[in-house]
Design a binder for this molecule. Structure first.
Ligand SMILES: [Zn+2]
Length: 478
């Protein structure tokens, strides 16, 4: 029995109430579901399939760079956790503990794995010949967030990858930390069509225990930045705390140089929020689990031919991820809404009249444009439309982002820019105390990054009047 399309559609518009629109979209498009445990989420197959595309894309790239995958326990002894003081302090408010017996050491549920991995590294690394050591794990981490949870963007448990590499020289480490950051840019821009700014975090926003933290930042349509991935030059404090030493080419003991880098299921949230519309998800073709859906228009007397024609078309689309929606119980209109909600990039409609003309209709999810194409030309046209859509989505998102980036040179303009939901580029001294003071003055505003391709600042720090060191982006953020 055909069901009414409205019952499962979104009931709010993206521009009217973005938080509610986003939550509804994640649930109704079947990416995620509520969990009986507060602050956690269930990732449904449609959402998980997108995560698998991200994994495949990134995993292939890092393996080509010499990274190997491994797995470490999710329980970390409290004593490990406390060996690197700054790190322990940085994560303290978010750590969840397991306590079983009074005489046993408490165990942390990993908020990140530096400590437990470096304990192993201290036994595995002996000589310069063991370096570089490049290990990644795909796992879950737990951060007991107190803020509101939001599917993919903020939850107490999430999936991610964390890479942890060890090098003989500082130069090699510095070079590769930026290499992984650029791989993250590729995941976001090339796969998810989410444009990002590559930059360095200010002192106040640095990872606990890092000398330098790099980030890629995306800008969401509600005027908030989203930190999408980070890559850190770790201080040698970790090597000292975990006694990682190697015998160098000079036959002397040395502390190695380390980095760590991660992206999470937050990537899915960024893509959903940036590209979704009032009808539902809009998936960039390379990230879409289903790229093309064929919807046959069925009438009793022509049903058999149209289904045969649709199956032939499905077979002809063997080079793309295609689904033939031949479900009996739904009308074509219901199916259109359903696949629009799920964000499938292209819909191919085939009815008896199309079949007579040996043609079909292709509809694009992002623009809504429809065109009639001969059945013979359809596979080629589908491939070119998917490629065009991937390019167009990134270009459109980049144009929107660039409109939101505003250089400012005085405090009034800064205030107006951040209040209007823009990302303000301001000359900044980089000092932690200065940033803490400005956070209080402009509630909710934080520094996002010092762009890597930025210019030297002119004049003084906008906030304290001391010498400005960098042009730095500021905005509200997730
Ligand atoms: Zn300052």
């Amino acid at each position: 029995m055909p069901r009414d399309a409205d019952e499962k559609g979104l009931t709010v518009k993206k521009t009217e109430d973005m938080p509610e629109w986003y939550s509804q979209l994640c649930i109704k498009a079947e990416l995620a579901d509520y969990s009986p445990v507060r602050g956690c989420m269930v990732i449904r197959p449609h959402g998980y399939a997108i995560w698998e595309r991200i994994q495949q894309f990134f995993d292939t790239r890092i393996k080509a760079l010499g990274v190997q995958n491994a797995y470490f326990p999710m329980f970390i002894p409290e004593s490990f956790f406390k060996r690197e003081a700054e790190h322990a302090e940085g994560f303290a408010p978010e750590v969840a503990w397991v306590e079983r017996h009074a005489d046993e050491e408490r165990l942390a549920l990993r908020p990140t794995s530096e400590t437990i991995m470096y304990d192993s590294y201290s036994r595995w690394i002996r000589s310069w010949r063991d370096l570089p050591l490049r290990i990644n794990q795909w796992n879950n981490v737990v951060r007991w967030e107190v803020k509101d949870v939001k599917p993919f963007l903020r939850s107490r448990e999430f999936l991610w990858q964390e890479g942890h590499c060890v090098y003989e020289t500082e130069e090699q480490r510095n070079k590769e930390t930026l290499l992984y950051l650029d791989e993250y840019r590729r995941v976001f821009e090339e796969l998810l069509a989410v444009p990002v700014i590559k930059g360095e975090k200010t002192m106040a926003e640095r990872f606990a225990g890092a000398d330098r933290s790099y980030t890629i930042e995306a800008f969401m349509p509600d005027g908030k930045a989203l930190q999408c991935g980070t890559s850190h030059d770790l201080s040698q404090g970790f090597a000292r705390a975990f006694d990682i030493r190697f015998l160098g080419r000079d036959e002397k003991k040395h502390a190695p140089w380390q980095n760590s880098w991660g992206i999470s299921t937050r990537a899915i949230g960024a893509m959903v929020m940036l590209h979704g519309d009032d009808k539902g998800l809009v998936l960039p073709p390379l990230a879409a689990p289903v790229q093309v859906v064929i919807v046959p228009i069925l009438f009793e007397d022509t049903k058999a031919e149209v289904l045969r024609g649709s199956a032939a078309l499905r077979d002809a689309f063997r080079d793309v991820r295609v689904r033939l929606d031949d479900r009996d119980e739904y009308s074509p209109g219901w199916k259109y809404h359903d696949w629009e909600l799920k964000g499938v990039p292209l819909r191919v409609e085939l009815g008896p009249r199309d079949l007579e003309k040996k043609s079909c209709v292709i509809a694009r999810r992002d623009t809504g444009k429809k065109e009639s194409v001969t059945l013979a030309d359809a596979p080629k046209r589908v491939a070119s439309l998917l490629a065009e859509m991937q390019r167009d989505m990134l270009a459109a998102a980049r144009a929107r982002m660039e409109k939101s980036m505003l250089p400012v040179s005085e405090e009034k303009a800064f205030q107006a820019a951040v209040a209007a939901g823009k990302m303000a580029l301001a000359p900044f001294c980089g000092k932690k105390t200065c940033e803490e003071a400005l956070r209080e003055r402009f509630a909710g505003v934080t520094s996002r990054c010092i762009p890597l391709d930025g210019k030297a600042p002119k004049g003084k720090c906008l906030f304290c009047g001391e010498k400005a060191l960098h042009e730095t982006y500021f905005s509200r953020a997730y």
